[in-house]
Design a protein around this ligand. Structure first.
Ligand SMILES: [Zn+2]
Length: 311
């Protein structure tokens, strides 16, 4: 079997047990907040786009650069972008609607009584108000871990390019983690694309959180796997966020830093990083024990692709 090249075989749809389908399960549903850190990998940066231009001091002069996202003037990784990136991987892992439906449209093939695993946890935007739901998971914006945790610099990047799906074997595609290249018109050789655009980029460590409501331990386990935090080495990977992913950038390693849990009597309990990681590993193991082998295989393919580094 040839290893997939940016392509992942389509795993079967995996239906999680949820509170909706079994009333007694409500009591097992967990509500709380996972505190997460997002750290850029060495030699890599993250640059959540805004479409704004910003004047920066770089290369010993003022440079007009594409600005990265800010919140009250400080660097930020927007929660919406994190949720979208995690959802895509969760969809692949669980064979949910979205990338795994023939049209690639989220929610279209998802009947109200038989929502896919991703729509149940992340929410579903139906055509009618009554068929929509907000989901039971949200991501907050991630901000610098402390005053010196994130460095803001300027990087030169090549122009984006259209992905060529027809060159990619596999049913589902993940593009990235290679420096952008192009064919030289004279020599017909592929050469690195010229970095002609200036972009504001972030390196360092951000802190944020994911809030969940009445989520089953299996669902939280699947979430941990989609965050690249499997207990198994060959299933771990950095997530990819923001712009310039076509050029192999945007890798962030996620780590659990704490867990705030609401107990059934609505008291709050906080677990520190070590205990929160132990708890999360328990969820992950539960998820791995019920996932069909083909879904675990898809997870390993995702990990293999997202761990590639540009040379
Ligand atoms: Zn769905």
């Amino acid at each position: 079997v040839n290893p997939p090249f940016y392509g992942v075989s389509r795993p079967p749809a995996f239906s999680t047990i949820t509170a909706e389908t079994d009333h007694g399960k409500w009591r097992r549903g967990l509500t709380g907040r996972l505190e997460l850190s997002y750290t850029t990998l060495p030699g890599n940066y993250v640059t959540p786009g805004t479409g704004e231009l910003r004047v920066m001091q770089a290369e010993g002069r003022e440079v007009l650069a594409q600005g990265a996202a800010r919140l009250r003037g400080k660097p930020v990784l927007p929660g919406t972008g994190i949720k979208g990136a995690v959802r895509t991987l969760y969809e692949i892992l669980t064979g949910s609607c979205g990338p795994t439906t023939s049209e690639g449209r989220r929610g279209v093939d998802c009947a109200p009584n038989q929502r896919c695993a991703a729509c149940r946890l992340f929410g579903h935007l139906g055509q009618h108000r009554e068929s929509s739901n907000q989901g039971r998971l949200g991501f907050d914006d991630a901000t610098p871990a402390d005053a010196g945790a994130v460095e803001v610099t300027m990087a030169r990047v090549p122009e984006g390019h259209e992905p060529h799906g027809e060159h990619t074997p596999g049913d589902l595609r993940l593009y990235d983690l290679a420096a952008a290249r192009t064919k030289d018109p004279t020599t017909k050789q592929t050469v690195p694309r010229e970095p002609i655009l200036a972009r504001e980029v972030y390196t360092g460590r951000f802190l944020g959180s994911a809030t969940f409501w009445t989520a089953m331990p299996v669902e939280l386990g699947l979430l941990m796997l989609a965050l690249g935090c499997s207990p198994e080495e060959d299933e771990r990977f950095p997530l990819r966020l923001g712009g310039v992913r076509f050029h192999g950038q945007g890798t962030v390693q996620i780590s659990v830093e704490g867990l705030l849990r609401a107990t059934p009597d609505l008291k709050r309990q906080r677990l520190d990083a070590a205990d929160a990681r132990k708890e999360a590993q328990g969820w992950s193991r539960e998820a791995r024990s019920v996932l069909p082998p083909a879904n675990l295989c898809a997870l390993r393919s995702v990990a293999e692709i997202l761990n590639r580094r540009s040379s």
